[in-house]
Structure formats: structure tokens, C-alpha cells
Design a protein around this ligand. Structure first.
Ligand SMILES: C[S@@+](CC[C@H](N)C(=O)[O-])C[C@H]1O[C@@H](n2cnc3c(N)ncnc32)[C@H](O)[C@@H]1O
Length: 348
């Protein structure tokens, strides 16, 4: 015979207040039986399991509505989707909190070092700059819809779609990026790829038993990469909010991805990459770039309208600008040209 528990018994068993149990009932997460005579609630084993699951999900900060939806649709896809959404929320919170912590440290140093009148200006300045950085970090959007491109991406490379034909040296770019990344490094190094896409560059490292993890902002790209390379470790994340702690990687690589960031975003992403990179680490980026503004103008003059439109839809890097930014970090940039529009930059 089924066993039933009173609200008091459930409260004692699960160590939660009776108010909380009533709250979850009111939200429609559990539906205990009611005694017609006295309106008392009676909880079965299923209700207990459900309550335990609710408590567990609440530990992960999952919102009530999310838990409700997981109960409604228990499919792997739906559950994974909710966990990804929650994971992104938490990653954003961590990045926001890190910014707040850095700003507080900056402010406290200033209070120590300045007289009582001038520190207030510094506080305002620090908060304004923190807000500007956070705006850039939190507002990047995938306006190219990589999720919808993921399943046909490899096919488009083979066909070298687009009027600029910038995939014509795809394999050469990936091979050269791989070779530059591992040059003079032990094979025990930790590698991060950002904008991993369908995993074509990462697989080169994987095949040689390197420890690599790929990050991409597109869930569908991650799905395709995982289907192609089940052993590849993957994380959702982006150039501006890298989901790893400081000083973790020996090498960061990326191909055909950096040009989805404008100059301000690139500057912040360089800070982010240097944050997760070890002091003697290296960054190797293969992508669409111009040497400088003058070279860009010269090339733009000989292009068709369609080609210009294609270039202006994205943000090709200006190598000299990046060089100047990296100088501020005491880092050297070395560039190698693959063809008219494709370069590799190596940052040491
Ligand atoms: C053109 S594909 C290149 C994929 C792969 N790296 C390759 O070389 O074939 C661009 C990839 O970068 C990812 N991407 C674009 N902007 C990004 C960002 N801000 N952070 C992380 N990934 C990004 C896209 O989702 C997409 O998977």
C-alpha cells in the first residue's frame, strides 16, 4: 500500500519549512492529495522525490519557472538547454562580480593613496569605467546567427562560399596556426580554443593528444563539434567572458572568429585572453585582417561592391592597432600573411 506523509512529516524529513512546501504547491510544482473532510495535505512518495529534486535544483539557483518546465518536459534536450541557460547566467554573474571586486580594490588603493577630497572623483571615475566595460562585455550579440549555420558550416568551407573566397587557404591557415601554437612547447601544455566552431582546428591538437578545450558562443556549433569529436572538451562562452579562472592556459588559439568583435570588444577580449593565459603563454590567432588603415584602403579600392559589403558586415582586425594595444601589456605581436585578407598573429 502507498505510504502518505503529512506536511509536518515532510517538513521534518526534508528539513524544510512547511511554508516553503506550501509555496512550491502554490507555484504548481507539487500537487499533494487533499483530505475532503479536513482539507489536510497528504504527500506520496512521488511528491517527496519531486520536492527533493526541487531543493536540488534550487541549490543550482534554477528559477521556479525553469524547474516547472523541466518537470513538464524531461527530455535530455530540454534539461540540457535549461542547464546551459543557467550556466550562462552564473558565468555572467561571476564576470560582473569580478569587475566589481577589481573596482573596489582600485578604489580602496586610491583612498589610501590620496587625500580625503580627491578620492571621491576617483571613485566616480572607477565606477564609470567599470560600467562601460560591463556594457561592452554584456551586450555582444551574435548577429550572424551561427546556430543556424552550424550544420552546414563544413560544407560551406569546402564550397568556399562568399564573394571574397577567404576559405581558399582554410587548411593552410589551420595547419600553420597549429604549428605556431605548439612550437617550442611541451606536449603537456593546456590549450584553449575560442570560437571552436565545428572543431576543425581543435581536432588537430586532439589527434596529437594535446589537452585542449574549445569555447564557442553557439550551442549548435558545440553540438556539431561534439558529434564529430566526442572526446573534445567543450564549453559555452565567448571572447569577452571566458569561462575559466586566471592563469590557466599555456596557449590560446582561434581561427576565423576574432573578426566578429569590433575594436572596443577586441580590446576587452585581449584583456580577457591575457587574464586566463599564463605569464609565459602564447596567443595565436588566424583570421581576416589588414596590416593597417592604408593597406585596407588600397585593397578596398579594387574590390566589387558585393565584396566591400561582405567586409563591412564584419570587423577585420587592424594589425597595427592590435600591436599598439599589446605593447601596453608588454607583449610582442608578430604577424604572418597567408593571403590578401588572411593573417596569423602570434602574441608572446
Ligand atoms: C566562421 S566560424 C569559425 C569556426 C572555426 N574556428 C573554424 O576555423 O572553422 C566562427 C565561430 O566563432 C564563433 N564566435 C563568433 N563570435 C564569437 C565570440 N564573441 N565568442 C565566442 N565565439 C564566437 C561562432 O559561433 C563560430 O562558431
Amino acid at each position: 500500500m502507498d505510504k502518505f506523509y503529512s506536511i509536518k512529516e515532510v517538513s521534518e524529513l526534508l528539513k524544510i519549512s512547511t511554508n516553503k512546501i506550501r509555496f512550491y504547491e502554490k507555484k504548481g510544482l507539487i500537487k499533494p492529495k487533499r483530505d475532503d473532510a479536513n482539507d489536510y495535505r497528504y504527500f506520496g512518495e512521488d511528491d517527496l522525490i519531486k520536492l527533493q529534486t526541487i531543493l536540488m535544483y534550487r541549490e543550482l539557483n534554477l528559477p521556479i519557472e525553469t524547474i516547472k518546465d523541466i518537470f513538464k518536459d524531461k527530455s535530455k534536450d530540454n534539461v540540457l538547454n535549461h542547464f546551459y541557460i543557467q550556466w550562462k547566467v552564473i558565468n555572467n554573474q561571476i564576470h560582473k562580480m569580478n569587475l566589481v571586486q577589481d573596482s573596489l580594490e582600485n578604489i580602496m588603493d586610491n583612498i589610501y593613496e590620496s587625500d580625503s577630497i580627491s578620492y571621491k572623483e576617483k571613485v566616480i571615475e572607477t565606477i564609470q569605467s567599470m560600467n562601460e566595460v560591463w556594457k561592452i562585455k554584456s551586450e555582444w550579440k551574435d548577429k550572424w546567427n551561427f546556430n543556424s549555420w552550424a550544420r552546414t558550416y563544413d560544407e560551406s568551407i569546402k564550397k568556399d562560399i562568399g564573394s571574397l573566397k577567404f576559405y581558399k587557404n582554410y587548411d593552410k591557415l589551420l595547419d600553420t596556426t597549429f604549428n605556431k601554437a605548439i612550437a617550442d612547447k611541451e606536449n603537456t601544455i593546456k590549450i584553449l580554443e575560442i570560437g571552436v566552431g565545428t572543431g576543425n582546428l581543435a581536432s588537430r591538437f586532439l589527434n596529437c593528444n594535446y589537452d585542449i578545450v574549445g569555447v564557442d558562443q553557439s550551442r549548435e556549433m558545440l553540438n556539431v563539434a561534439k558529434e564529430k569529436f566526442p572526446k573534445l572538451k567543450l564549453r559555452l562562452g565567448d571572447f569577452l567572458n571566458i569561462p575559466f579562472e586566471d592563469n590557466k592556459f599555456d596557449v590560446i588559439v582561434s581561427t576565423y572568429a576574432f573578426h566578429h568583435l569590433n575594436d572596443d570588444e577586441k580590446e576587452i577580449s585581449i584583456d580577457e585572453m591575457l587574464r586566463v593565459l599564463k605569464d609565459n603563454g602564447r596567443i595565436v590567432i588566424g583570421d581576416l585582417m589588414f596590416k593597417n588603415e592604408a593597406k585596407k584602403e588600397k585593397i578596398m579600392k579594387i574590390l566589387t561592391e558585393e565584396q566591400i559589403e561582405e567586409i563591412e558586415d564584419e570587423y577585420y582586425s587592424n594589425i597595427e592597432l592590435l600591436e599598439a594595444q599589446l605593447e601596453k601589456h608588454n607583449r610582442e605581436l608578430h604577424s604572418t600573411q597567408i593571403d590578401e585578407l588572411v593573417f596569423i598573429i602570434e602574441i608572446n
